[in-house]
Write a protein that binds this ligand. Structure first.
Ligand code: IPM
Ligand code: MG
Length: 363
């Protein structure tokens, strides 16, 4: 019996998580796995109730679970709240509390959706990339940070906003090991993305990547500046196998890379910590408050996140493959949620997409 902490969050979160739970239940029947789902609040909905986006009980439940499934957090109506209580802070908070330093973001191409991408099919066909994003450091968490008035030499006060892009060698070392192990299990090519031509933090990053590479002689390490990587991802994405990068570069590059696959609504992620600790699974997209309650959101990214849970937390590669195949079959049959829809496709709602995927789940 696996205890799953379910954090649906805000916006479309509850709708897409519901579909993922349906799929897990179906997988449970087919593979004879029992899941216990325990729900807790995170983000804006938690703020409404407790005046805190990440209540202590939520953290406790997550820590006492075998894995966490998260929908999305945030809504425009919270944009004016002080930064400490904004929904996004809860996401950063839970990542930090669970020490989820390694975020795996696979970029997969579904052949049925080759035309849905804004890039030409011949550029994206066969793309299969794993982005390993460091998730608990960098400018996201670096101190000092803030907005403050500083008085210049003319005695005039002007405001400065600042954050600190900082990594310790230990933090770089552990994400490097995760990335090399990931690359080793794939095509043994690792591209480390940094900005070492300008940033000191990146110079250290590159140095440590090279040091750690000595433990993995079978993996070919290359380096790329982040501006070039952003360009190469759309010019020739097939050159990449595994990418490792820091928190902010990974945030930006993974959104960019998601468009290769045709929709931000397709890509899952796994946030992992040290072996044996609780991991968290969430789609890479946000809460899309404009779509809330309309039953139109694409649940596939969340369903695939649940699949990643089966693979990474419960070592069940077979169940992972079964879900992935179910998604492919449904796409093959022409079912599309609004974000992927073109003339001639079969337009389906969030719940219909979930049902169709469940219908394809078999051993
Ligand atoms: C993501 C998101 C988050 C991030 C936001 C919502 C805090 O964009 O998971 O990529 O920046 O990490
Ligand atoms: Mg992001």
């Amino acid at each position: 019996m696996y205890k799953i902490c379910v954090l649906s969050g805000d916006g479309i979160g509850p709708e897409i998580v519901n579909e993922a739970l349906k799929v897990l239940n179906k997988v449970g029947q087919v593979f004879d796995i029992k899941f216990e789902f325990n729900h807790a609040l995170i983000g804006g909905c938690a703020y409404e109730k407790y005046k805190k986006p990440l209540p202590d009980d939520t953290v406790k439940l997550a820590k006492d679970s075998d894995a966490v499934l998260l929908g999305a957090v945030g809504d425009w109506k919270y944009d004016t709240l002080p930064p400490e209580v904004r929904p996004e802070r809860a996401l950063l908070g839970i990542r930090k509390e669970l020490n989820l330093f390694a975020n795996l973001r696979p970029v997969m191409i579904f052949d049925e959706l080759l035309d849905a991408s804004s890039l030409k099919p011949e550029i994206i066909k066969g793309v299969d990339i794993m982005i390993v994003r460091e998730l608990t450091g960098d400018v996201y968490f670096g101190e000092p940070k803030g907005i403050e008035v500083r008085v210049n030499e003319d005695g005039v006060g002007i405001r400065y906003g600042y954050n600190n892009m900082i990594y310790s060698e230990k933090e770089i070392e552990r994400i490097a090991h995760s990335a090399f192990l990931t690359a080793q299990a794939r095509n043994k090519k690792l591209c480390s993305v940094d900005k070492a031509n300008v940033l000191d933090v990146s110079r250290l990053w590159r140095e440590i990547m090279i040091d750690v590479s000595k433990d993995y002689p079978d993996v070919e390490l290359s380096h790329m500046y982040v501006d070039n990587a952003a360009m190469q991802l759309v010019a020739n994405p097939r050159q990449f196998d595994t990418i490792v990068t820091g928190n902010i570069f990974g945030d930006i590059l993974s959104d960019e890379a998601s468009m290769i696959s045709g929709s931000l609504g397709l890509l899952p992620s796994a946030s992992l910590s040290d072996k044996g600790s609780v991991s968290l699974y969430e789609p890479i997209h946000g809460s899309a408050p404009d779509l809330r309650g309309l039953n139109v959101a694409n649940p596939i990214a969340t369903i695939l996140s649940a699949a990643m849970m089966l693979k990474y937390s419960f070592s069940n590669n077979e169940a992972y493959d079964v879900i992935l195949d179910a998604v492919k079959n449904v796409l093959k049959q022409g079912f599309r949620t609004k974000d992927m829809f073109k003339d001639g496709d079969k337009l389906v709602s969030t719940t219909q997409m979930g049902d169709a995927i469940c219908g394809e789940i078999q051993k």
